[in-house]
Design a protein around this ligand. Sequence first.
Ligand SMILES: [Zn+2]
Length: 137
Amino acid sequence: MEFLTKLRNRLQNFLYGRNGFDILSRDLNLFAFFLMLLDSLLRTHVIYWIGILLFIIATYRIYSRNIVKRSAENMAYLAFRAPIIQKFKNQWQQLSNRKYYRYYKCSSCSQKLRVPKGKGKIEVTCPKCGLRFIKKT
Ligand SMILES: [Zn+2]
């Protein structure tokens, strides 16, 4: 028991003041894992070593003591991926609503429009630019 307590204390001291696991490190690890898996199929070795490099960067970030810089990197990454995730969420919602709604893009301003399905021919008015057009739903 004495040994385990000592070990736990040493581990706590080692991790104290370090950045730890954040979203960027998690995604770097996942991407590295994906690249290594991909390389096991393609056998290019280049992709494998890129994966190893990403894994090293992720590990470095986790144990880094420069928390301010690592946190700024993580925030920049979150800001970068937010619109991508939103796009996937929208696509998913569109896909799961396809029974009840039809989606159109305004030909004038590219605004995405949602109209109920099964209403026959209806006039759609774009809420952004006011363009009116007839669509069959
Ligand atoms: Zn419009």
